[in-house]
Design a protein around this ligand. Structure first.
Ligand SMILES: C[S@@+](CC[C@H](N)C(=O)[O-])C[C@H]1O[C@@H](n2cnc3c(N)ncnc32)[C@H](O)[C@@H]1O
Length: 263
């Protein structure tokens, strides 16, 4: 309801996209969706816990969450990979991609589009996307998912290799994150250990010249991970995509030009 004495209702600020939101990823549709959701907000807040209400308000105010709904991505993290790939062109038609920690499947959706693994463009080479997660992942045209599997379990790798053509990958993606315990250093260490597992896995599947994009939480072991990556990749850089929340310790290493031969 409008409060008395106020001037005419101002248009909500989301009606004019900020400069960073312009471009193909942000359409009129997503602004429309946002306006509908905000109108519904008071009803949707009812019956939620305070933390649930905070989460909903953050989602409603988040341009990337709105854009992911408008573009039918399974979650907002799609925009992190889209940004990285727009800058560094890691995903190309015909490539084989291994997506670690794939659920709910937004990165796999991006990978399917970029490597043409659904064969959407018959004139381009058709790639492969294989995802793995501890959780179930809903089926996605153009991707194979190995669900309820732990990447740190040695048996998982051979199952993944069976799904990859010639048991090889050109790109390993990892947006994996363990369940946060609330103890920052412990969580950081756990995620770094998972990333180190990926380097071992690369020895078995990643083709020379290949790339690895992995998420980590910043902390005292980040330099160790970077050193381990630099020992086997020609180029390693640290990235913080715009869709990664500023308050999050989340960062990504993009390691390119894998130098080792597969064992
Ligand atoms: C942030 S989500 C990934 C989101 C995904 N990139 C997307 O765009 O939909 C992190 C995922 O990592 C998975 N994960 C955590 N530890 C894992 C492990 N040891 N093996 C496989 N998946 C794991 C979690 O189950 C969770 O689904």
């Amino acid at each position: 309801m409008r409060s008395p004495g106020r001037g005419p209702r101002r248009r909500a600020s989301f009606s004019r996209p900020r400069r960073s939101m312009r471009g193909p990823a942000f359409s009129r549709t997503c602004l429309h969706t946002a306006s509908c959701l905000l109108k519904e907000a008071p009803r949707r807040l009812k019956g939620r816990t305070p933390s649930g209400q905070r989460w909903l308000v953050r989602q409603l105010n988040d341009p990337f969450a709105r854009a992911s709904r408008a573009h039918a991505y399974r979650c907002r993290s799609a925009f992190k990979l889209l940004e990285v790939d727009d800058r560094f062109h890691v995903l190309k038609p015909g490539l084989r991609v291994l997506d670690c920690g794939a659920a709910p499947g937004a990165w796999s959706q991006v990978a399917v589009q970029r490597v043409n693994s659904a064969g959407t463009n018959p004139e381009l080479p058709r790639g492969t996307v294989v995802g793995v997660d501890l959780l179930n992942v809903a089926p996605l045209d153009g991707a194979h998912f190995l669900c309820c599997h732990d990447i740190t379990d040695s048996a998982t790798l051979s199952r993944l290799q069976q799904l990859l053509p010639d048991a090889r990958a050109d790109v390993i993606l990892s947006d994996m994150a363990p369940n946060a315990s609330g103890f920052k250093e412990m969580d950081h260490e756990k995620l770094i250990t998972m990333c180190l597992t990926l380097i071992d896995m690369a020895e078995e599947v990643l083709l020379p010249g290949g790339s690895l994009l992995c998420k980590y939480w910043d902390g005292f072991l980040a330099h160790t991970l970077r050193e381990r990556l630099s020992a086997v990749f020609g180029n390693v850089r640290t990235l913080k995509p715009k869709a990664s929340r500023k308050e999050s310790a989340e960062l990504y290493f993009l390691a390119r030009m894998y130098r080792k031969q597969i064992k």
